[in-house]
Design a binder for this molecule. Structure first.
Ligand SMILES: *Cc1c(COP(=O)(O)O)cnc(C)c1O
Length: 472
């Protein structure tokens, strides 16, 4: 009883002690918002805020009823949050260069400039010579054909869309043969069998998980398959007693039966990565030369450009794909085509890719350069983590990611933080609260920050310094 006298309790009756909506709205703390947000939105948020307080008070009888000032402050903060961009830069130090959750390939300066140039009206689908409707694919088709040796090309939203559209356009209601060894899940539940079925095709699984022979495909063709699909198993590797049919043989078989052979290449490198110590990724040109009829690949994986799905190959099949009504539903907007065009142009000079495309700048970095970066950053990390973690520079490996080059690893240096108090999770989380957030990874009781992934040291140094100043 005496307790109750000292603390206003939130018994059912005391909910009435919460301020009224109009009192909160008129509070000086909300004054600055009045010109920026429509009155109706403010009213809704204040009501939502009061509802939230009411819920808390009902759940917890020990809570004191908040004062008008506190409610107004809470409402102000809730409305202020509407103005904070949800999409924000982060520093990817995860050890995965092309991180799907972090937007994959960073764009080149030229790509960003091209998007800026495209902000007003552009000849997106307008033939300037003829003065009439044009074809948006023509903005990148010539470059794509030159760089890959293909006859024709088209572009859609992403590679998943490209696979879907190609299958739907060439084999709707028909059978599509895929090796059991290639029925992959790409990530986040995106599974090849699902996309084949959703595109209207009947999936015919051929061979076994580890071995598929030409005779298996022949059998599928005899059973009525109208498309042979080969999927580049881009995020895993089977080793041991394995056999897959070389594309050259599959292409020959397809031609003999007048059935298109389609390759979902996934990453789609335009240059041989061997010069950077990465082997096993065929270039798109290799696949074109080997005889595939159509090849699909992503714009934001090893190409180093914006999200897009590229389809290159024989003119006859590309025309069929472009005529499909779903092409319109899956097409790219002017900004992505602008960025893609600028990105593709960088490949006209493959020798300077490391300068023109950030993805290749990071792939090409020497271990010595990475070590120098680690040394440059280390002290600031140490100051930030003072008293909470021990900081050291260790050797490690970076993966390319986004289903590119499974198993391929690039040597790197990592800044490793071993917490001396608090857990490793708390430390990792705290790095995510910096401005911009720093995303590392947890491994073996340490938070690891991969320096090969670091685009430039300044934003990281500044983020650490700013937080170091606050937390002492
Ligand atoms: C990544 C990938 C896809 C999906 O590409 P998105 O551009 O992410 O839609 C499809 N197939 C393969 C083999 C891939 O590696």
């Amino acid at each position: 009883m005496t307790n109750k006298a000292r603390h206003p309790r939130a018994a059912a009756g005391s909910l009435g002690e919460l301020p009224a909506v109009h009192q909160v709205l008129e509070h000086p703390r909300l004054a600055a918002l009045r010109g920026r947000v429509d009155h109706a939105y403010l009213v809704e948020e204040v009501q939502a805020c009061l509802d939230a307080f009411r819920r808390i008070l009902r759940q917890d009888a020990n809570r004191t009823v908040p004062k008008l000032e506190a409610v107004a402050e809470e409402a102000r903060e809730r409305v202020e949050r509407w103005f904070e961009p949800k999409l924000q830069p982060v520093i990817n130090l995860t050890g995965t260069l092309l991180h799907t959750n972090l937007g994959r390939a960073p764009l080149s300066r030229a790509a960003v400039e091209a998007m800026r140039e495209a902000r007003d009206t552009v000849n997106l689908e307008y033939d300037l010579k003829k003065g009439r409707r044009g074809d948006r694919d023509s903005l990148v088709e010539e470059l794509l054909c030159r760089l890959t040796g293909a006859e024709a090309a088209t572009v859609v939203n992403n590679n998943a869309a490209a696979v879907y559209l190609v299958l739907n356009a060439l084999a709707n209601r028909r059978r599509v043969a895929v090796s059991r060894g290639e029925l992959v899940e790409i990530g986040d539940g995106f599974r090849m069998p699902d996309i084949v079925r959703k595109s209207g095709c009947k999936l015919v699984e051929v061979g076994t998980t580890n071995r598929t022979h030409l005779a298996d495909y022949k059998q599928a063709l005899d059973d009525g398959a109208r498309l042979l699909l080969k999927v580049h198993t881009s995020n895993y590797k089977i080793e041991g007693f394995v056999h897959e049919v070389p594309l050259r043989e599959l292409a020959r078989l397809g031609r003999r039966h007048q059935v298109p052979v389609v390759v979902d290449l996934g990453s789609g490198a335009l240059v041989d990565l061997v010069r950077w110590g990465l082997s096993g990724e065929p270039t798109v040109r290799d696949v074109v030369d080997t005889g595939a009829d159509l090849i699909t690949f992503s714009g934001d994986k090893l190409l180093g450009g914006p999200q897009a799905g590229l389809v290159v190959g024989r003119g006859k099949w590309v025309r069929r794909v472009k005529r499909n009504p779903m092409k319109r539903a899956l097409r790219c907007d002017k900004f992505r085509l602008a960025a893609l065009e600028a990105t593709l142009r960088a490949y006209l000079s493959p020798e300077t890719l490391e300068k023109s495309l950030p993805t290749y700048r990071m792939i090409a970095r020497s271990v010595e350069e990475i070590e120098a970066l680690a040394t440059e950053v280390r002290d600031q990390v140490e100051r930030w983590a003072a008293g909470r973690a021990q900081v050291e520079v260790i050797a490690g490996h970076t993966q390319v990611g986004s289903g590119s080059l499974p198993g391929a690893k690039l040597p790197t240096h990592l800044i490793a933080l071993t917490p001396s108090r608090g857990g490793v999770k708390a430390l990792e989380r705290e790095l995510r609260t910096l401005h911009p957030p720093v995303i590392g990874r947890i491994h073996g009781g340490k938070v690891l920050l991969d320096m090969r992934c670091l685009m430039a040291p300044e934003p990281l140094l500044n983020a650490l310094a700013a937080a170091g100043g606050r937390t002492g």
